[in-house]
Design a protein around this ligand. Sequence first.
Ligand code: OGA
Ligand code: MN
Length: 293
Amino acid sequence: MSERLRIEPLHKAFGARVTGAKLTEPLSQEVLAEIRDAIDRYSVLCFPEQEMTDARHLAFTEQLGAPEVEHVAFGNTGEVTYFGTVGNAQADGSHLGNSAANTRYQRGNEMWHSDSSFREVPSYVSILHAYEVPGEGGETLFASMRSAYADLPESLRVEIDPLYVVHDYVFSRSQVAPVDPNHAASLPPVMHRLVRENLGTGLKNYYVGSHARSIPGYSGMESRRVLDELLDRATRPENVYAHAWQAGDTVIWDNRCMLHRGAGYDADRWRRRMRQTRVVGGERGELLGARPS
Ligand code: OGA
Ligand code: MN
């Protein structure tokens, strides 16, 4: 497929390990196009041994599109930053334990989700770089709503095709920790089509996850039945890829069609230090079906 990138599949349905590119240097249009195509095709890309810094990470992010303003800092204080900090490591060399408020808050990432599905314009990709990883645990699990959609019985595909879903950050996250009232006020519930299509490839997928709260027109019980069944189908163990991080890995995933979750780790025992950016959706047709008109 490529003269420049070496692509090795990681799982039967999605995922690839990509070598031959330094994301930390400006990339040619050709290599960027190959990375975009690989995102469309493989949904999760791991680039090992990247000599990352925040400045390089943001520069790479901007080559893929508009960086998304990180919603926690913005919601709480109005601060505009493009980075989320994942893990428990502190700048002074210490690390937060299992009982710290921030560790508990991050446990929300252990529910299957698609990043920023609760935004009016959800994200295209997330880019997560690992600086320090636990000696045990701390994997990130991935599952494809595209291959799960392809495997649906026809009756369920017909049922879900016209439906919309309310996505609500406060609904999902208040299940693990209280959401700051300012943060909550910045993220009112939004509505997206349940079935989306990548206009570049024509491939369809459904779009659920922890932020998916309800289906307009359905009772609460019926909403949960459909949303839970779709989540269960996508995340059956044989359909999951667990990424065991190495320090230096930069992983890009396609939020338009993928679910992910943290596997968890013992924060009392281990340090974990990762930085994340996201690219705003909107290019290459990923907004098709994003909102009712
Ligand atoms: C994220 C996320 C899971 C993990 O960074 O968006 O959900 O393994 N991370 O930390
Ligand atoms: Mn996430």
